[in-house]
Design a protein around this ligand. Structure first.
Ligand SMILES: *Cc1c(COP(=O)(O)O)cnc(C)c1O
Length: 381
């Protein structure tokens, strides 16, 4: 099945009792048994729910995986992965990580004796300096947020697979339409489905896909034991959102490309971060592992003050000032005061995350309107 067919058909079949073409929302907590232990495969809704099962089959297909698990949020999915580790185990992770993932690792899991190093993974070889006999997991995010750096998934996984170390790719920024990490050797892939998979800014959800039966079994055990399951309504909404994933991401990428070039030519803009530029440090890697270059664009200003950034942030009309990304509507954000506020200024500045850096999640509106909106906002400084 090709991708555009999978998003619509994989895991989904008409309801046998009514013929309903759309998977019903099974709003139930328990299931009646004919006799003790005699049931239709469903006992209690923390463990199984038919709406969730359909979604999980669909999600597995999108990442060419044997199985998928669906969670109440992206961070709940990550939490389950980290719970597979034991005290003394070590994680190696990309250094410009999503703030919530950084917080989960450093503020919660470090308490339980798990150690982590945050390193520059843009050069995959760097990883050799940090691997030791306790290294259990390498956590990759690519493209990274908000600097849009690219990590070579295949190269990193060649190193981890040779040493029997797990790798997990947070594929939220690319979506399964652009990039399939399991095909490049990753052990696990995770998404905040809140973003591109859902695509309509109307739900919070997370998922994990893998080809490793033991890992899938362990994750199912953890999910059932700890209980971070999504409700059936959110599973339904996500299944619905996924049906247009390919169309939405395709258009977002086209719009982002056009905006990246527009901004690069603008006199008030000093730097544009977008992996599609041929002079982006990892353009070739992006070209090889991604179908297009994504819907995210970050840029900095010649007048590099927060005051100027604020004029733009409150001067757009279609680009709404908000956290999150990946929806049909365009969003504009200020990483220094929003998503990355918890990172000390010196640390931020080292990677180019200045007070005037602006991040765009480009939506699927008409490109003429989007450009005019940014042009107007830039005229305010
Ligand atoms: C939003 C996000 C998460 C966390 O997902 P939630 O659904 O908000 O819990 C993790 N990773 C990345 C890259 C994200 O953008």
């Amino acid at each position: 099945m090709k991708f555009a067919t999978k998003v619509i058909h994989a895991g989904v079949s008409p309801d046998p009792s009514t013929g309903a073409i759309m998977t019903p929302i099974f709003q139930t907590s328990t299931y009646v048994q004919e006799a003790p232990g005699v049931h239709k495969g469903f006992e209690y809704a923390r463990t199984q729910n038919p709406t969730r099962s359909a979604l999980e089959s669909n999600l597995a297909a999108l990442e060419n995986a044997k199985g998928a698990l669906s969670f109440s949020s992206g961070l709940a999915a990550m939490d389950a992965i980290l719970k597979m580790l034991n005290p003394g185990d070590e994680i190696i992770s990309t250094n410009d990580l999503y703030g919530g993932s950084y917080r989960l690792m450093t503020k919660l899991f470090s308490k339980y004796g798990i150690k982590m190093s945050f390193i520059d993974l843009e050069k995959a070889e760097n990883i050799h300096n940090y691997i030791n006999s306790n290294t259990k997991l390498v956590w990759i995010e690519t493209p990274t947020n908000p600097m849009l750096n690219i990590v070579d998934i295949k190269k990193v996984c060649e190193i981890t697979n040779a040493k029997g170390i797990w790798s997990c790719v947070d594929n939220t920024f690319a979506s399964p339409y652009l990039q399939n990490p399991l095909d490049l050797g990753a052990t696990m892939v995770t998404h905040s489905a809140t973003k591109y998979l859902g695509g309509h800014s109307d739900l919070v959800h997370g998922c994990i896909m893998s080809n490793d039966d033991e890992i899938l079994k362990e994750l199912r055990f953890i999910q059932n034991a700890a209980g971070a399951v999504p409700g059936p309504q959110d599973c339904f909404l996500l299944l619905r959102g996924i049906k247009t994933l390919h169309l939405r991401v395709e258009r977002a990428c086209q719009n982002a490309e056009s905006i990246a070039h527009f901004l690069r030519g603008h006199e008030k803009v000093s730097k544009v971060y977008w992996p599609g530029f041929e002079d982006h440090p990892n353009h070739e890697v992006a070209k090889n592992q991604m179908k297009h270059f994504g819907g995210m664009v970050s840029f900095d200003l010649h007048d590099n003050t927060e005051i100027s950034a604020n004029k733009i942030l409150s001067g757009t009309h279609y680009f709404s000032l908000a956290e999150s990304l990946g929806g049909v509507e365009s969003l504009i954000g200020h990483p220094a005061s929003m998503t990355h506020a918890s990172i000390p200024k010196e640390e931020r500045m080292k990677v180019g995350l200045t007070d005037s850096l602006i991040r765009l999640s480009v939506g699927i509106e008409d490109i003429t309107d989007l450009k005019a909106d940014l042009n107007h906002a830039l005229s305010l400084i």
